[in-house]
Design a protein. Structure first.
Length: 705
């Protein structure tokens, strides 16, 4: 076999760095294994003796893997993961050490939590925060050339039990939807079902750029996106990058990335070039909601790490380049019972699958009632550059169902029942050697923010850098809420069938407006959506208040996912994060403009002027030089003035106390002032000698060797 294909044995290596079910079964005493499984599968509490046994074996295994430390790995509200390392060592009386990990250490950790954002939930002097082991996501060893660490996935709470992270509410929301979905499953005769798990597959888009060039761009270093840069002669207009042949350097990166992920048990499955030059995508096979969330964090972390080994840098920002498509993250979501029924699988004849139709209409209601909350989950300063910009779905939430389901629902609306389902036709390829095959009953719609895709929903508004926790916390909770209402009604109903039909009819009538099968990028949709009364929350600042409306507070409280205080703290963090980010961008812009662009342009001007003088001395009229000098100087004056305006706008915004008012100031005043600096600077880039420009251009970055 080819050496290249043989040097990594995926069968042997998949999951080797994970303390997964296979490893646990091999290493744990039978009884301990069984009890741990019960905890994982049924949420039963784990007694400390068992925890001690598990901790001991986990440590032994980790040491064999080369680990010297362990960490409670958690996801604070910053969007990245956090870890504080503890060595396994424990001194003995004779001046040596033993290596240990106790059950208590496995279950509970106490990092100094004072510097993580808590949105006022915890004053800095009450720094206590606890991390609690989440046994439903397996522990793993992170191997690095500089040491290996046992990572124990955990939830992170304050001393008083408030969630300080994304994992805690995610787990709570999974429990909420499980509880209500089980009731629905039981009502439809699946009485064996004990749990319903939401499954998630996160498609991750990203850019790769050359590492050396990256460090020459302070904007990339400080903000993750370019704040200057004119369009190169070639962008993405030829569509020749999408699904194109992968460059060798990039292929090398992808190969190593896959291997690293496989070792971590992440089932990286597909990879391809995306629409924009230098843009790519990776999708894993879907997994249970919280495992998928952890895995997506690992995917992002590994992308960054592995890129550097190939002298590349991975950009996860939602919009690294103006005028070039940005990066998103598609959140594929479905729910499956513990006896294997995907509640979003319509089957071949959806019209006969009453449970599916009911579930579908429940989701329509949930999304319509809480469109603002879903919108919020994808809101960030970075993603604001994408949503509604003809490359990502609009900021208006709507649902795409496709022809088949729309037709079935239409029959329900008109007649109170459905009697047939449109079937897919055969696709004739017209080539005898290529077999004809059956088409899906429905085409795809890439412009919809929330699309039904066969047996799952795909939420497409999320930005590439975001954790998938937030959209799933919301989805799970709002759908659980409608399920609860429905289950309450159906459990009491005298005529079950009649009540199901009534609910479907009612929900369809009230929430039909959320269905939209057309082109979400078109301007007409914005008008139409407004007529339908659908919210269009254009910016992050517009969207944040959705988190603390009475409606939101009530739905989260009803299912014990997030309390009012927790929601308020999250809103506060969002405002803060937004303002801080724009402030950094503004300062970076000023810095680059003053220290790099202005001096470079002035040097070039001097060069032109000297040249012009020399030409004049030689008796020739330097018309071209003088004309260029004039154009350049006009832009220079404009740039200088715009910098001053931006500095003033930023100072003014910074002086406002943190919160909605400040964020709005950054959004309404500082962002336009930044655009005003960028315009003359980008024009200057095309007037000045390439050699004189102080940092790599878009062309250099996007079309690297
Ligand atoms: P696309 O056509 O949008 O690129 P795919 O159909 O290949 O997408 O699937 C994209 C993602 O959806 C993958 O991560 C895949 O594992 C995941 N996925 C597939 N089926 C389900 C499901 N039932 N529930 C959740 N995710 C799923
Ligand atoms: Mg997709």
């Amino acid at each position: 076999m080819d050496k290249n294909l043989k040097d990594f044995d995926v069968y042997e290596e998949f999951g080797v760095n994970v303390f997964n079910d296979y490893t646990m079964r091999q290493r744990l005493p039978k009884d301990a294994y069984k009890k741990l499984k019960r905890t994982i599968e049924e949420g039963k509490e784990l007694d400390i003796e068992i925890a001690n046994i598990v901790a001991h074996e986990m440590k032994e295994w980790a040491i064999e893997m080369g680990a010297t430390h362990y960490t409670h790995w958690f996801q604070p509200m910053t969007g990245v993961t956090a870890e504080k390392h503890d060595a396994f060592i424990n001194p003995t009386d004779d001046g040596r050490v033993i290596l240990s990990l106790s059950g208590k250490e496995l279950i509970k950790g106490e990092p100094d939590a004072s510097s993580f954002p808590s949105g006022g939930l915890r004053a800095t002097f009450e720094a206590r925060g606890y991390t609690a082991w989440d046994p439903t996501s397996p522990a793993f060893v992170k191997k690095t050339p500089n040491g290996s660490i046992l990572c124990i996935p955990t939830a992170f709470c304050s001393y008083t039990g408030e969630a300080l992270d994304k994992k805690t509410p995610l787990l709570r929301s999974m429990e909420a939807i499980s509880k209500q979905a089980v009731r629905i499953a039981h009502l439809f005769g699946n009485t064996e079902a004990k749990r319903v798990t939401t499954s998630v597959g996160a498609e991750q888009e990203y850019f790769l750029v050359d590492r050396e060039m990256y460090f020459e761009r302070k904007d990339l270093v400080y903000t993750g996106r370019t704040l200057f840069g004119g369009m190169p002669p070639k962008g993405q207009e030829m569509d020749d990058h999408y699904f194109g042949v992968i460059k060798e350097r990039v292929a090398g990166f992808m190969k190593e990335l896959n291997e690293e992920l496989w070792k971590l048990g992440v089932a990286a499955k597909t990879q391809h070039n995306e629409v924009a030059p230098a843009q790519h995508e990776l999708a894993p096979i879907y997994a249970s909601n919280n495992v998928a969330t952890d895995h997506n964090q690992l995917v992002m972390e590994m992308m960054k790490k592995v890129a550097e080994r190939h002298n590349l840098m991975c950009l996860l920002h939602e919009k690294p380049f103006e005028g070039i498509n940005g990066s998103g993250k598609h959140n594929n979501w479905s729910m499956v019972t513990d006896n294997g029924v995907n509640m979003l699988d319509p089957g071949k004849k959806p019209h006969e699958n009453l449970q599916f139709i009911l579930v579908l209409t429940c989701i329509l209601k949930a999304v319509d009632d809480h469109a603002d909350l879903l919108r919020l989950t994808s809101a960030s300063a970075g993603n604001d550059h994408r949503l509604g910009a003809n490359e990502a779905p609009p900021a208006i939430v709507s649902v795409y169902l496709g022809d088949q389901l729309e037709d079935v629902l239409d029959q329900f609306s008109r007649k109170g029942e459905a009697t047939h389902s449109i079937q897919g036709e055969t696709l004739e390829t017209g080539v005898t050697a290529v077999p004809d095959f059956k088409k899906d009953a429905t085409d795809r719609n890439r412009t919809s923010p929330f699309a039904f895709t066969g047996n799952k929903f795909e939420f497409r508004m999320l930005g590439s850098a975001a954790s998938v926790a937030n959209p799933n916390i919301v989805l799970n909770t709002i759908v659980a809420d409608v399920f609860m209402e429905v289950a309450d009604r159906l459990e009491k109903a005298e005529d079950f069938d009649k009540e199901v039909h009534e609910i479907i009819g009612e929900y369809l009538k009230d929430h039909k407006r959320i269905i939209f099968n057309g082109n979400g990028y078109a301007d007409e949709w914005v008008e139409e959506a407004e007529k339908r009364g659908l919210p269009n929350l254009k910016t992050t600042v517009d969207a944040i208040p959705s988190l603390v409306t009475d409606k939101a507070v009530e739905v989260f409280a009803r299912h014990s996912v997030l309390s009012k205080g927790e929601l308020e703290s999250r809103a506060e963090i969002k405002y803060e994060e937004y303002s801080k980010l724009i402030n950094i961008e503004a300062l970076t812009m000023v810095d680059m403009a003053k220290k790099q662009i202005l001096p470079a342009v002035m040097r070039y001007e001097a060069e032109l002027a000297n040249g012009a003088n020399a030409i004049k001395t030689a008796g020739v009229n330097p018309t071209v030089q003088l004309e260029m000098l004039k154009s350049i100087d006009e832009k220079l004056v404009e740039l200088k003035a715009a910098i001053t305006v931006l500095e003033e706008a930023d100072s003014k915004a910074k002086a406002i106390p943190e919160g909605p008012k400040q964020a709005k100031e950054y959004c309404d005043k500082v962002l336009p002032a930044m655009a005003a600096v960028r315009k003359p600077a980008d024009e200057l880039e095309f007037l000045v000698d390439k050699e004189a420009w102080p940092f790599p251009s878009y062309g250099d970055l996007l079309f690297y060797k």
